[in-house]
Ligand binder design. Structure first.
Ligand SMILES: N[C@@H](CCC(=O)N[C@@H](CS)C(=O)NCC(=O)O)C(=O)O
Length: 202
């Protein structure tokens, strides 16, 4: 197996942390976007959208989409369970992972894409949309602070892919100037907890 990676990407980081939490060692190949490697024919044959990450299996099968890669790794390496241990918990992890992805990670990706210099001239930027997403992500963090009160991790005090998605979202948040407000004690305590895990810098 090999993992086509983009080191600063929150989606690629999600998979790297997942792999590290499983105790797996999967060789990574960094795809250089600046050199257009993700738009070259050999990479487009692996993922026609030209995005990272992609997991290539030994038989040549390519799996794109960070969530799909995590699902494959969970099925093939069930321990430790990162996507729920029972039917109910699997549904709860799915619910929270979707929420962390759609309500927090995606808005922060839009802040990056629509306000950062790096994307000037690469795609159309709508700064107003970026700013609205900044506000929305902060509102969602305030909502989350109440939701996780008294919990060590997002679902049932068991570290899961939902935590991984949020921790990667907040790393991107820092890079785009969206910091967790000081008064959000529960989110700040949660972040300190996940950041202290040995896999946090994978
Ligand atoms: N939904 C995909 C998103 C993948 C994605 O957007 N990757 C970005 C980095 S975070 C990328 O490769 N962008 C390159 C491009 O769009 O050209 C996933 O979860 O893997």
């Amino acid at each position: 197996m090999k993992l086509y990676d983009l080191p600063p990407s929150p989606n690629a980081r999600r998979v790297r942390i997942f792999v590290a939490e499983k105790g797996l060692e999967i060789p990574t190949i960094a795809v250089d976007m600046a050199k257009g490697e993700n738009k070259a024919a050999d990479y487009l044959a692996k993922n026609s959208l030209g995005k990272m990450p992609v997991l290539e299996l030994d038989d040549g099968t390519c799996i794109a989409e960070s969530g799909a890669i995590c699902r494959y790794l969970e099925e093939t390496h069930p321990e430790p369970a990162l996507m729920g241990r029972t039917a109910v918990e699997r549904a709860q992890v799915e619910m929270w992972n979707r929420r962390m992805e759609l309500e927090i990670l995606l808005p922060l990706i839009h802040v990056f894409g629509h306000t950062h210099e790096m994307w000037k001239g690469v795609h159309t930027q709508v700064a107003e949309w970026g700013e609205l997403c900044r506000e929305n992500s902060l509102n969602r963090l305030a909502w989350l602070d109440g939701e996780i009160a008294g919990r060590d991790y997002i679902v049932n005090d068991n570290y899961s892919v939902a935590d991984i998605t949020l921790q990667c979202a907040l790393v991107l948040g820092k890079a785009v100037g969206v910091r967790v407000p000081e008064e959000l004690d529960n989110v700040n305590a949660w972040f300190a907890r996940v950041a202290a895990r040995p896999t946090a810098r994978a």
